[in-house]
Ligand binder design. Sequence first.
Ligand SMILES: [Zn+2]
Length: 634
Amino acid sequence: MQIDYKKIGLMVGLEIHRQLDTKHKLFCDCPTEAREEGREIIFTRWLREAQSELGEVDPAAIFEAKKRKKIVYHGDDKSICLVEMDEEPPHDLNREAVEIALTISLLLNSKPVDEIHVMRKIVIDGSNTTGFQRTCIVALGGWIEVGGKKIPIQTICLEEDAAKILEQKRGEVHYDLRRLGIPLIEVSTSPAIESPREAYEVAYAIGRLLRATGRVKRGIGTIRQDLNVSIREGALVEIKGVQELELIPKVVELEVVRQLHLLKIKEELIRRGVIEEEIRVQPIVDVTDIFLNTNSKILKKKLNEGCRVLALKLPKFGGLVGLEAAPGIRLGAEFAGRARAWTEVEGIFHTDELPGYGITIEEVSRLYEKLNASSNDAVIIIADEESRAIEALEYVRERAIEALRGVPSETRAARPDGTTVYMRPRPGAARMYPETDLPPYPVDLEYLERLRKNLPPTLDEVAKKLAEKYNLSTQIINELIDMERVELFERIVNEMKVQPTVVASILTEHLKSLKRDGVKIEELRDEHFIEFFRLVSEGVIAKEAAYDVLKWFSENPSKSILEAIEALKLKPVNISEIEEKISQLIQLNREVVSKNPAKAVSIIMGELMKEYRGKIDGAKLYQMISSKVYGQKS
Ligand SMILES: [Zn+2]
């Protein structure tokens, strides 16, 4: 679909989060990366009350508190201490983290504050043991230039990372505390971005600037991008947790498609004369008897568990619930998302998708009959414990009423395919209050001046320098920078004396073609490359084996290079055996050798490569053959 983003008034703001590569966590001395796992720690808590210390109630907090979840925390005594467990007050703000945050602020032309005040932001999904996340504004304002346009920066904050969710089931959630407290930088832009492509470019530019400090963590899980997306007639929607940069344009585009779709539905509902009151008065009806002998697997399962099937008619919604603007984008998904997020119901259907899923046409017509509905209407059915199903249908009712108004302003979570799902209401202003356990942290001017004088070079400058040093193009160096493999590249070249062009091409071209072939290159760690290049430099294996070895490592990330050699039958080559074979081939091709030695070399090379491809370096083999052929001739 071709969308005129200017015309619909698209506005996007970004919040870029990135872990800082400090030695210690933000409020305690635990390492941000433990070298070993210590003694296991497991404990259980229950969700806290939703009220802030100012006495106001936050909508996002009510959402979580309603669920009354049991929370199980996991950690080990080498990675967490009493601070993460909320048994001890926070220690002083980590100086190293403040320094990195201030450096980033200066690079973004932002104005550091005089005093850093730590605040508490209510987060009670259990991802923080305290019931809040500590965050502090480090600098205000600023800008970054992208494609000739100045994108304003609003704030730069330093935050503690939350615990990582391990497992979630009904009434219970498990978190890993090892990530809790790792310093995060949060850069927020103003909503000045006007197209999906520009959102990508700004995120890329900010990412490069953060990496220029050389003091941010890299790899999966260290970066998170949140997007604030709105269109003129729509609403401001927060989209959380986009992990991959490449996904940003798609998420923005699909959010625009979703909002346009909801606006179209609103128009159609108004045209059909639907009014709020009509939706409000619909009763919730028990329709369990219709499905007693159903073939629907999920309904059968729920009925066996003693659940009921309840139904709600949405008058004149027929055809609109299942109407799809793009895969996964339809009103039915909005209903299900809302009901699931609040009540964790499982079996939910609407008549636009029925008959189907094992539900027969007879069952559907009995359903219509019982609810006094026709195909002009939509009926939503939910199978669950009675009280839970009633509650879930009330959320569907609320969402249906919101459909009359257009796009609800809410917080959604990004999925790996670029679509989003309802997460919770947007948090209110009552969400922040001061951290009373910590004094303000003064930022003195002399210190700032020192930082300003020692700002790191930009990555463009770094790329230029490296290109000269290793005699490579800046393009290939930039690729290494973007793939975050520059350090690895330099380490291999300097420690193992492998040709820079060889290392660079394996770390860029080879990896790209592996990725194209569906290999999970994100499984590859630095050690895999280091082990491989070490054996290449020792002449044990040929660089030509890179593709196979790296592919194998991606499938067996915890194995060693020796196991790779074994599995791939990359037995170290026996040089004297090859020399023997060259002599035999020279004998066989005596005539060509004497008449046209160059041709003889290429014949013998072709013959031997059949056997030794990937096992010996091609250039080395060529050299061995040449010296023997020409030696023979003279
Ligand atoms: Zn700790």
